[in-house]
Each structure stands twice: as C-alpha cells, then as structure tokens.
Design a binder for this molecule. Structure first.
Ligand SMILES: Cc1ncc(COP(=O)(O)O)c(C=O)c1O
Length: 396
C-alpha cells in the first residue's frame, strides 16, 4: 500500500464534489439542467487571441522560456499595470506564472514558515486557505460583514493580527461575493500591514470585470506599493482559463524568491500562451470589454430575480461573475420529510427539484449562502431563477 504524506490530511477535499457529481449524472441522463455553478467564463477565447497562439506556434515559440517569463510579455505586463492600474513596475518586479493560482502558491511558499499565520477574508476563494496549509502555515479567517455588503471585516482588521501573522490575502472583486473592499478598510489594512511588516497579497483576477465603480488596485493606495504583491491573470478577463497564464508584480526580492521556487516546480508558464498574451494585453481591449458588459447585464438580471424571491437576502455584486445570496431562511424547512439544514443540502434540493446547479456556500466558508455564477447565458439565468422560485414554494 502506498503511504501518503501527512500533508494530505490538512487539505480539505472539495465539499462541492457531491453536488457536481450528481449534476453530471443528471446531465448524462439527458435531464435539462441549468448550470449556474461555473467558475469560468462561458465565452470562447476570442478568435484573435486564438490566432495569436497559432502564430506563436508557427513562429516556433514552443520551447522552454526564462523561468520568470519572456521579456516581451514582462514588458507588456508593465504597460498593462501602468495603463489600467496606475502602477509603475520594472520588469525585474514581474513574474509570469501558470495562472494566478501558481503566483499565489509561489508567494505562500516564499514567505510562510511553519506555524505562521496568513489572514484570509471570509467568505474566501477555496484555494487560499489550502495553499497556506500546503506551505505549513495557518489560515486565520477574518469574516466580512454581510450587512455592509462584504466590503469590510466584522472586527477592526488589527484584531486578526498576532505575532505570527506574516501576510494577508485580499481579493477584490471577490470570488464568491463579488464585492469591492471599501477604501477606509483598505487604508486600515495598509496601515496595520506597514506597522506589523505584513505582506499584502492582492488577488486582482476579477479586476477588469467591474461594473458601476472602476477598480483601484491595492498597490495604488497610499503607502501600499512596497508591501503589496499584485496578482492577476489572463483567465477571466480574456476567457483564457485553460491557457494557464497569470502574473505577479511586487518587490524584487520576493519576485526572485518566487522564481526560485517556480524554477524547480514548473520551470516556466506555457510558451505559446505567453507569446499570445503579449498582444492580448497591449492591443485592442474591446473583446474583454464586450464580455464585461455582458456580465453586467446578467448581474442585473440575477440580482433583480433573486431580490424578488421571498426569504432570500442578496448583495449586489460590484464585480466578478458571482452572486452569493443568503438562503438560511429556508434552513429547517422540508419537502417529503427531507429537511434542509445547510448549504450542501440546499444545493442538493435545488438540483433535485429545480434542476439548477449552484455551489454550496460552505465551500467558501459560509454555510448560510450559495454561490450562483452568472457566467451563463441570460436566458439560462432567467430560467434558473424561475425554477428556483418554483422549487422554494414546495418547501414547508
Ligand atoms: C479569486 C481567484 N483567484 C484565482 C483564480 C485562479 O486563476 P487562474 O486561472 O489564473 O489560476 C480564481 C479562479 O477561479 C479565482 O476565483
């Protein structure tokens, strides 16, 4: 028998697997399922970007590259960060990674010692705490206040900091709540992080998918630039999830440490994706804008639809393609003797009786909620909400 490392015991298996497996079974049986569970854009990668990859291959960009990325892509990232985020970096402050995910993992491995604490705002993207644990650290959850639209933590930020804290992860707009952190809260995080020498890891994966309010990068706030690692990705902005291309910008010594780790793990990000990303980042941005506008329209449909359902409390996402309604008013209710006592059971109920896939909030640290993705066609979203409404009527 193969003896696995103790490390595995610390990592949680995905709580959403059961619901997803059931959804897959039903789909295979030909059941008409509305899938609002997706964690990625429903659009194909724009054709001009696919053409850039074809050209990159024809031009021979098919070999290992420098560990931290091809120079022209690092230049393009510098241009992007200046243009969109008002941030000034030099190319030796940039690393290209296999997705934002690897950038964050590299950073954790670079700064976390055994027993060190990393503050994670909760509800959180599923991988943040697991990555801290893989680096032998302890995730400390700072709960966001739903009454204030998840824009700041319940307690003052400094109350989550101990002598063991080394970093804080911010994710605005966030997966799963779609909120933007408020300026005052961010200023507070920066102040405390400066005092306690914490690294701020800012996951800005959804930065370009924002609606009424334009996004301001964390590093662009006063006093934040030196302590912030800005992480971003091609995945969501350009619908390039499978290409595995992300990047990070920050202090030279941190970027160097992250490169050292990456050099022994994956060497470099995919060479073809790197080459295609140069023009994607610096050229015409209309495809990304078009997708953003579609998410915005759908955000309005899903927000309005859910707001009209009795007993559901919903925040209005300011970015991303997720909404995170509180459905706990239905906990304790039942149908045919089967009662609902948490988000997994609620999601199972919706799958069974509404034929709609949603993700239980417990996966993101909040059992009162479900995550609904609006990376789905508008008509599907409407149909999904209608069906949810009908199914809820069955509960008593
Ligand atoms: C908050 C957040 N960060 C990072 C990622 C992963 O991005 P990438 O595909 O660039 O690794 C996701 C994907 O779901 C995400 O939601």
């Amino acid at each position: 028998m193969i003896k696995l490392a103790d490390r595995l015991d610390k990592i949680k298996p995905s709580k959403t697997m059961a619901v997803m497996a059931l959804a897959k079974d039903l789909k295979e049986q030909g059941v008409d399922i509305v899938d609002l569970g997706a964690g990625e854009p429903d659009f194909p990668t724009p054709e001009y970007i696919r053409d850039l990859a074809t050209k990159a291959m024809a031009d021979g960009y098919t070999k290992y590259t420098k560990v931290d990325g091809i120079p022209e892509l690092k230049e393009a990232i510098v241009v992007k960060l200046e243009r969109d985020n008002n941030l000034t970096y030099s190319t030796d402050q940039i690393i290209v990674t296999s997705g934002a995910k690897q950038a964050i993992y590299n950073a954790m491995m670079a700064v976390v010692n055994e027993g060190d604490e990393v503050i994670i705002l909760s509800p959180y993207w599923v991988s943040f705490p697991e990555m801290v644990k893989l680096a032998d650290g302890e995730p400390v959850f700072a709960e966001l206040d739903p009454k204030r639209d998840y824009r700041r933590t319940l307690k003052p930020f400094e109350e989550y900091v101990t002598d063991r804290t080394v970093a804080v992860v911010l994710n605005s707009p966030s997966n799963p709540v779609g909120s933007l952190l408020d300026d005052e809260f961010i200023a507070d995080v920066i102040k405390v992080s400066r005092e306690k020498s914490l690294l701020i890891i800012s996951d800005e994966t959804y930065e370009r998918i924002t609606f009424e309010n334009k996004y301001k990068s964390i590093a662009a706030y006063e006093g934040a630039a030196e302590l912030t690692l800005t992480v971003n990705s091609m995945s969501k902005t350009y619908s390039m999830t499978g290409w595995r291309l992300g990047f990070a910008a920050g202090a030279k010594e941190l970027i160097k440490a992250m490169s050292k780790i990456q050099s022994q793990i994956t060497s470099n990000a995919n060479s073809i994706a790197q080459k295609a990303s140069v023009e994607t980042l610096t050229g015409d941005q209309s495809a990304a804008e078009m997708m953003k506008d579609k998410y915005w329209e759908r955000r309005d449909v899903v927000y309005e639809g859910l707001s009209n359902l009795p007993g559901i409390e919903v925040n209005k996402p300011e970015g991303s393609f997720f909404i995170f309604p509180d459905v706990s008013a239905y906990y304790g209710k039942s149908l045919n003797g089967k009662s609902i006592n948490g988000s997994v059971e609620f999601a199972e109920f919706l799958l069974e009786h509404a034929k709609v896939v949603v993700i239980p909030g417990i996966a993101f640290g909040s059992d009162n909620n479900i995550r609904i993705s609006f990376a789905a066609p508008r008509e599907e979203i409407k149909k999904g909400i209608e069906r949810i409404g009908e199914a809820l009527n069955l509960l008593n």
